[in-house]
Design a binder for this molecule. Sequence first.
Ligand SMILES: Nc1ncnc2c1ncn2[C@@H]1O[C@H](COP(=O)(O)OP(=O)(O)OP(=O)(O)O)[C@@H](O)[C@H]1O
Length: 319
Amino acid sequence: MIELEGLTKRYGEKVAVNNLSFTVRPGIVTGFLGPNGAGKSTTMRMILGLDHPTAGDVRIDGKHYQQLKDPLTYIGALLEAKAWHGGRSAYNHLLCLAQSNGVPKQRVGEVLETVGLTAVAKKKTKGFSMGMGQRLGIAAALLGDPRILMFDEPVNGLDPEGIHWIRTLMKSLAAQGRTVFVSSHLMSEMALTADHLVVIGQGRLLADTSMADFIDRNSRSYVRVRTPQRERLLDVLHQAGIVVVESGDGVLEVDGGKAEQIGELAAQHRITLHELSPQQASLEEAFMRLTAESVEYHAHSDTSAGPPPQQWVDAWGRS
Ligand SMILES: Nc1ncnc2c1ncn2[C@@H]1O[C@H](COP(=O)(O)OP(=O)(O)OP(=O)(O)O)[C@@H](O)[C@H]1O
């Protein structure tokens, strides 16, 4: 378990992390989301004792990082790709880490096997591809067989096969009862991986909620309907107690997954349909709206996404 309490980090005038309090629990994957510059990496560095908080506190299984004996056996982290000596082989790189951290030598072979690098274990790492580099970083994180794992943007620069591999690995680590904390700025990726979400913007906590809850509240499903007999269809739907929202351009939107029912009603009343399509609002859109006001570097000045709707703000405030 990782516990943050009022964690704050200032760099001069800049408040990179602002009074963050949340708990990362075992047995699930917790996604740590926020736009670029939100403070994710700074938070993770403070968890690992690489940066000192200006205020507040962070504990790993109840202790500060500095109090952990052989910290690699408590928490393993992938912070940045290729942070190793390129002249060494993958095996030697991991062996050095094992020897300096009180980890038995046989773990090196085991983790190389886990990440699929056994065949290239004796090769110098400077020739490694991005994907192999990420696998080696993950092998290092797993070396001490820690109960807590932390990954900072682990899928950056990876191909679909590599992304799928990391996703599956994180889920299986959580299924073993470990604490898995993973940062990303991509909601779509997290939607496939995480069970719980912590969202920050400009260093502040914006949401701390289960993924199921986030999806329930934000992925509105509706059916788009177009017909040249609009008035008749509206009457028929109204009589059936189906609520319709008109969205302009002659398009009707019907909340919920009622495509079959609408199609059958239209057929019974001989109403022609030009379109009958189930739709799902994307989570990416919901995330962008939630963080819109806290994005540090806008690509352009378009703020059409606007602030999050008030009901979201209220809902997240409660969770
Ligand atoms: N050593 C530092 N000195 C000054 N400012 C810093 C330092 N490290 C981070 N910052 C600033 O703190 C803020 C948070 O940065 P951080 O790297 O933690 O964000 P992030 O959410 O990880 O972003 P990204 O998704 O781009 O990696 C940014 O404004 C960044 O410029």
